[in-house]
Design a binder for this molecule. Structure first.
Ligand code: AMP
Ligand code: MG
Length: 349
């Protein structure tokens, strides 16, 4: 078991010495966690299959769940992918660095275990100075899933990474909280028409404007669904330890349903937590619950969601009540994460 070293790194101007230490760890086949604009990533040299194998062990992640390869420059695309279509170059030009992951044909240089044996590879350039500088100094493509134990809420701060992976990885670069707080949008360009496999930081509406025949493949795949396009998309994911109760419908029906459910649970002796936007705190006054304030708008709610799940877990609640948000922009990615954290169960109001 490695002792995990944590370095505090300035996210605007990363400290050269820390970056060099982390780059050396990658070259030696070790594991480095770093912030990105979406969530924290757990990186290994994508050209070293033994290093990549360590990611699966550290996270407790099934080897059937492929990993995204991260680059620092679009010129590295030819190293990781082959037969790159023109559309990919257009999208790279427009969205990289940024929260859009492209699924392309895998180059033989990339370890097959990165892609769970498939002949495709998922790839992106993160929009964050720390990983960009780390990858540039290491001069490697870096395989990096989210830096959390498998099926747990993604890590959006270095403290979350430490909580899940301390003693299992070599280095954590602490660059403060991830800004977006939800993972990248995954777009599969090996399919015709192209298909979104996971909604995320780039809105579906934005992609649809460029790709009118864009498909969105069921985001809520179950393990028993055979031939799945994104094998990592098991049904239960992003979950707090507490049971998550997901309410949906119009707010005038959702609020009374949440209030009465909360009261009933309290009466049966359960400790409850509520994830609620700031403007909705007032609906729960007088109910003995731990309330986590999600923020005012969809970007604040996205930024705070995983932290909220982890904080309510730390407070020892048994059940967490939350409702879905509007189905546009980041609201679609939020719904995907909430639905999977709730294991697909929705309380429609
Ligand atoms: P994360 O662990 O949060 O970075 O999740 C990465 C996700 O990307 C996985 O769970 C997969 O669903 C998806 N993914 C990675 N590589 C591929 C690929 N080659 N084809 C399809 N989906 C992929
Ligand atoms: Mg993940």
């Amino acid at each position: 078991m490695p002792e995990t070293q944590v370095f505090s790194v300035n996210p605007q101007s990363p400290n050269t010495e820390c970056i060099q230490i982390a780059a050396d760890v990658l070259h030696k086949g070790g594991l480095v966690a770093f912030p990105t604009e979406t969530v924290y990533g757990l990186g290994a040299n994508a050209l070293d299959s033994a290093a990549v194998a360590r990611i699966f062990v550290a996270k407790g992640r099934p080897v059937s769940d492929p990993i995204i390869v991260h680059l620092h420059d679009p010129s590295q695309l030819s190293l990781v992918a082959r037969d790159v279509p023109d559309l990919a170059h257009d999208l790279v030009h427009r969205f990289w660095p940024g929260p859009l992951t492209l699924v392309l044909r895998r180059s033989p240089d990339i370890s097959p275990n990165v892609s769970a044996g498939m002949d495709t590879v998922a790839v992106r350039i993160p929009n964050h100075a720390i990983p960009l500088e780390l990858f540039r100094v290491a001069d490697l493509p870096v395989a990096a899933p989210s830096a959390n134990r498998f099926a747990r809420p993604s890590a959006t701060t270095a403290a979350h990474v430490f909580e899940d992976l301390s003693g299992r990885i070599d280095v954590i670069l602490d660059g403060g909280a991830a800004v977006i707080g939800l993972e990248s949008t995954i777009l599969d360009l090996t399919r015709t028409p192209p298909a979104v496999l996971r909604p995320g930081g780039i809105a579906l509406e934005t992609l649809r404007a460029l790709i009118p025949d864009l498909e969105v493949i069921s985001k809520h795949l179950r393990p028993e669904d055979e031939g799945i396009q994104a094998p990592g998309m098991l049904y239960k994911h992003y979950s707090p330890r507490a049971e998550l109760l997901l309410f949906a419908g119009s707010l005038d029906l959702v609020v009374p349903a949440m209030q009465s459910s909360a009261r009933q649970l309290v009466e049966t002796g359960r400790r409850i937590g509520i994830l609620a936007p700031n403007a909705e705190q007032r609906y729960f006054v007088g109910i003995p619950a731990q309330i986590f304030q999600l923020g005012d708008d969809l970007s604040e709610i996205s930024h705070n969601l995983f932290t909220g799940m982890r904080e309510l877990d730390a407070a020892g609640v048994d059940s967490i009540l939350v409702h879905g948000f509007e189905q546009s922009g980041l609201g679609i990615a939020l719904w995907d994460r909430l639905l999977r954290a709730a294991e697909g169960r929705v309380i429609w109001c």
